[in-house]
Design a protein. Sequence first.
Length: 277
Amino acid sequence: MFDPKTVPDVIKIAAKKAVSDAETARRAISVLDLTSLNDDDTPEVIEALCKRAQTPAGNTAAVCVFSPFVETSWRALGQSGVKTATVVNFPEGGTNAQRVGDETADCVAKGADEVDLVLPYKAFLSGDLASVVDVLDATRTACGPMTTMKVILETGEFDDLSKIYDAARLAIKHGANFVKTSTGKVPVGATPESAVAMLAAIRDARDEDAAVAGFKASGGVKTTADAALYLAIADEIMGDGWATPQTFRFGASGVLTALLETCGIDQNNAPAATGNY
């Protein structure tokens, strides 16, 4: 059960445990989806992103790029172990299941390891759950058993933490491997409050349904302190050490510079952060 009244206490406890040190920064780098989702992206920008993902403090978990750059990404990453993620139904979260399924299948055919789907959040909030389920199921089918499906809830557009919890439970029920906060394209991205609601949904899906899913915070994660708080919230709700690349991600760009600085590493010529990442 999720009780929104408990959220401030969970955040308060996690904030006391959060430590913004080099160990935390390395942990955050290991779960980072280094992201570039900009209208002016080019192959050269994506190649630079892929190079940046392989840092002296360890590799990021993935890079996240628009679908035309999926092949550029995995070729540039080579045998590094860094995954290539892309986005579908982005950023609007439409309800045309056939279109989204076809878009997903195209991304998988191009070589995407992971697909970040925008939930039809407007349909969800209006009560049109059938359309939401159709899109989730079409995407899960197109991903197949090998491609990771992350579902973006766009939590900044929700006015109720209980609705965020319910959306996360629905996404997990229909095959989400991760639930993700935000596209980074609306004013409000990830918040500690939305993280608590989503992680509670992940915990309850595990305990009640034996479902396994992870969490991704995206949009507005800018500093080592930000990262440390989200990791501490995950530890508080899911247990110490739960957050690994298999269960937890950050979607961000600019935060990598801050994390490397915390590790004592000055990375020159890093691409500037753009958008709300």
